[in-house]
Design a protein around this ligand. Structure first.
Ligand code: CIR
Length: 267
């Protein structure tokens, strides 16, 4: 096993301001500011101890910076997914070129339409997957992923429908070192899941206030965590449970529904 975890990121491209977005009223994306924020994000990943691979911008894909979505990694298994929105289709192949050499051939799987799964809908814990059914991930995709995870890693999956107001599961819940951190409408679902397998390793549930959009989303390593700047309540909660918190300004990515975990693939 490698001593350092890798983090793959892709630089924002000139076309990034045309990225898909759920809300039109959050203002125009400022590309220069996005590049600075992305740089700061990369610095924070290095501070957390990740070894960084920075990929060139992909002008053809405005959302190509969100490398979390086209692939899912479960231990030594790589799953290349199928992205639901036409504008993003093709990002899978591009990212696969970078990821594939790290995995043995027999451990690489593909999910193909009409099955759809996006990485933002899949929370990988030490021994389980939580899969959100969303506008981007359908039942067929969730079932195919469940089978791959079970056959190759003996992971069980919990599949649940996420609220329509969220793009992806990880917009409302995250997992760090045995703590499951849900917010708002994800709390009840998480409680139910935990109570269903309390005999299987004890996850601790910590609630994140729903009013802080993306407050639950973060990337952690060795006791440190990166979260979006401007989430004072979430920050306090992460500190209370023992994390040293690094805040990164993410405003330009938030405008197009991006949060810290969306911008990297870590393994
Ligand atoms: C999209 O709509 O696909 C992008 N604008 C945002 C993707 C965010 N990705 C993520 O949460 N994993």
């Amino acid at each position: 096993m490698r001593s350092e975890k890798l983090a793959i990121v892709r630089l924002p491209s000139k076309s990034f301001p045309r990225a898909l977005r759920m809300k039109k009223n959050l203002g125009k994306v400022d590309l220069a500011k996005a590049l600075i924020q992305h740089h700061n994000y990369c610095e924070a990943l290095i501070q957390l101890g990740f070894k960084l691979t920075i990929l060139l911008p992909a002008d053809h894909y405005p959302d190509g910076v969100f490398v979390e979505d086209p692939a899912i990694i479960i231990g030594d298994v790589l799953v290349i997914t199928s992205l639901r929105r036409k504008k993003r289709q093709g990002e899978e192949k591009l990212l696969c070129k970078t990821l594939r050499p790290f995995f043995s051939k027999s451990k690489v799987f593909h999910i193909n339409p009409p099955a759809y799964v996006e990485g933002g809908d899949v929370l990988v814990t030490d021994n389980r997957l939580f899969i959100g059914l969303s506008k981007r991930t359908n039942e067929r995709g969730a079932e195919e992923l469940t089978q791959i995870a079970y056959d190759n890693c003996s992971f069980r999956s919990h599949i649940f429908k996420i609220p329509d107001s969220y793009l992806h599961l990880k917009g409302g819940v995250s997992y760090h070192e045995r703590e499951l951190l849900p917010s708002g409408r994800f709390i009840a679902a998480s409680e139910e899941i935990i109570s269903n397998f309390s005999g299987h390793g004890g996850y601790k549930l910590v609630e994140i206030p729903a009013e802080e959009r993306f407050g639950a989303n973060g990337i952690s390593n060795k006791g440190q965590i990166i979260i979006c700047a401007g989430r004072p309540k979430s920050k306090k909660i992460f500190q209370r449970i023992g994390f040293s918190v690094r805040e990164v300004g993410m405003s330009e990515f938030e405008k197009v529904d991006g949060a810290p975990s969306c911008l990297s693939k870590i393994f």
